[in-house]
Each structure stands twice: as structure tokens, then as C-alpha cells.
Design a protein around this ligand. Sequence first.
Ligand code: COA
Length: 153
Amino acid sequence: MTVRIVRLTEKDWRLFATVRLRALTESLGENDPQFREEVTFTAARWRRRLRDHAQFAAVIGNRAVGLIGAQPQNTHTVYLYSLWLDPSARGLGLARQLVVAALDWAQRRHARTVRLRVAVDNTPARTVYESLGFSPSAESRNRRELAMTLNVN
Ligand SMILES: CC(C)(COP(=O)(O)OP(=O)(O)OC[C@H]1O[C@@H](n2cnc3c(N)ncnc32)[C@H](O)[C@@H]1OP(=O)(O)O)[C@@H](O)C(=O)NCCC(=O)NCCS
């Protein structure tokens, strides 16, 4: 099985929309407000998100099985969000590869800090982030959520 980690560009908007909506459905369900909003996005809206944020996908053949978003917050900080793998692609180390691709991108754009939020009880995600050096920061919004940061430059 050959897996590629690729940064999606505007021409990939259909692939992006498909995997993003699948991620929202699988994680939150079709009644979640986030899904209900994004399912109405036009091509222009998907393209804009691909311009504004870096989106990395894990691709097997022509099927995207995983995703992570990276959003510049300011000159020095990048925020990672929406790490997701199709259940059939879990347990293969792909989450780590997706995060590494996003970290490489943050480093290349000379960010100093990469931030993210994770549910306190999400052991697989926390294990991935901690193995890459992320540590808890003091910014958590509530007790169920952990904010984490990593210095990259
Ligand atoms: C989070 C996610 C991307 C992780 O990907 P994954 O392929 O499932 O991760 P892995 O199976 O490689 O597990 C990561 C690590 O957690 C460990 N782990 C997994 N489940 C565990 C459990 N229940 N208890 C303890 N450790 C566990 C694995 O052993 C692995 O550690 P290792 O690399 O030291 O062997 C995936 O589970 C997912 O898409 N979940 C739903 C969306 C989500 O929660 N996203 C994160 C938002 S912050």
C-alpha cells in the first residue's frame, strides 16, 4: 500500500470537500452545525479555504483517507486543526505523517510556535502530538480540552 502525504491546492477542491465532509460526518454526524454549514459550501468557498489555510491529505491511490489543516494565526504562530483519518486507515502511523507535513510547512514559513487543541481523553491524538514534542500550554478553554504548543524555530 503506497500512501502519499500531499498538500492540496485549489484544483483539488473536490477531493478536499469529499474528505472534509466525510471527516465531519464520521466525527460529528450529519446533524452537527459544522457539517450542516460546510455541506452548503460552493466550489469558490472550498477553493478559498485551500488558499487561506494549508490542507494536507493522506492519499491512497486516488482516495484521500486523512486530513489536517494548518492556519497561520500571525507571523509567528500556526494553528493545526481537524486532524482526521478514515477508520480504515488508522493504526498505520499516518496521523504522525500528516502532523509532520504540517510542521514542516510551518517551519518553512518561519513560524516559531505551532498550537493546537485536543480533547483531554483523546489518547490516540495526544500520543501522536506528545511523540512529536507538543506539550500542554495554559490556554485550554475548559477541563475537557487541552491546548498544546510546540516551538519549531
Ligand atoms: C486521532 C487520529 C488521527 C489518530 O490516528 P491513528 O491512526 O488512530 O493513531 P495511531 O493508531 O497511530 O495511534 C497513535 C498512538 O496512540 C496509541 N493509542 C491508540 N489508541 C490508544 C488507546 N486507546 N490507549 C492508549 N494508546 C492508544 C497508539 O498505540 C499509538 O502510539 P504509538 O505510536 O506509540 O504506537 C485518529 O484516531 C482519528 O482520526 N480520530 C478521530 C478524529 C480525531 O480525534 N482527531 C484529533 C483531533 S485533535
